[in-house]
Design a protein. Sequence first.
Length: 387
Amino acid sequence: ALGFMARLAPATAAEQKREAADVRAEIARGGERFALKPWDWDRYAERIRRARYDLDQDQVKPYFLLDTVLQQGVFFAANQLYGVTFKERHDLPVYQPDVRTFTVYDKDGSELGLMYFDYWKRDNKQGGAWMSNFVGQSTLLGTKPVIYNVANFTKPAPGQPALITFDDVTTMFHEFGHALHGLFAAQMYPTLSGTNTARDWVEFPSQFNEHWALDPTVFAHYARQYRTGAAMPQPLVDKIKRAAKFNQGYALGELVAAAELDMKWHSLPAAAPLQDVDAFEAGTLAGLGLDTADVPPRYRSSYFLHIWGNGYSAGYYAYLWTQMLDDDAYAWFVGHGGLTRANGQRFRDLILSRGHTQDYDAMFRAFYGREPEIGPMLENRGLSPAS
Ligand SMILES: [Zn+2]
């Protein structure tokens, strides 16, 4: 993990310098004269985003009808990759009237499990999006998975079509990626089954599944104007793709710095003397080579609560690490013909069906044939590898 962050930091630092120059130019363009400070960054970066990358949601949303995204996008990609099929059920009890249920069938027609989708925001509902299960897979207990995906999309007014944003589309693919990890589980013990994996692995299948949202074949299949069925105009598609690369030097930089702090604090031996917090932090960050004057860590040591109380304990790097895994695995797909049953089967056999029954690095190597590499992650975020 330290080696990974050491490779990520220089590329991020180079991108931060470019972005900081843009932000300074934006400050000057408005006729203001002052030195850029971290607390100015968001305000002026937002102006740049609006000018260069802003997606007009009213222009985009008519292409994302929720049911079409679900069945012609999320389900379609899973069918093309893994051969699974879906049948909506209306006979199962639900805890909320607009929850939808589907039986998931395997490629041979046998029943794989059940899916519940609870997408709409409600007044009494916890915010955010997540996947979990009512019943976990286990051959010991003879149980098949019963999985739910929850989100908080804005419900359309009565009589209006259920149109969602591209962020929502991405969320659907993400949470369904977790669901596939649970559906394809083939373990004896429930504690090792499906998504019962470590933090630096569990987001790999979900983030990997997000890639199919923008895969040309999948995107063309679901992103259809809900009235006319027309495909999205290419300039609009390009805009969605470009927006993903905006401000990545800042976003990655504050995460790398925070992850490094987490790692270094937890690397101190038990016998180490009490540290001067500011000096320890400054020393750790200086070693990274990031310009933390412009982009400070997401959390400073003195209030980085979750590395102490919420169990990160040297695990905060996991979000960045799983980005490397999912970008690298998707690059493997692209290099091997993309959306094919053979590729999907390989991923299912070597990754998705294994739960926590093997070491993660062994699983990745078995799938790819080598260690994970950082190149595709840098490329997807608009960063070039540091020389
Ligand atoms: Zn997730």
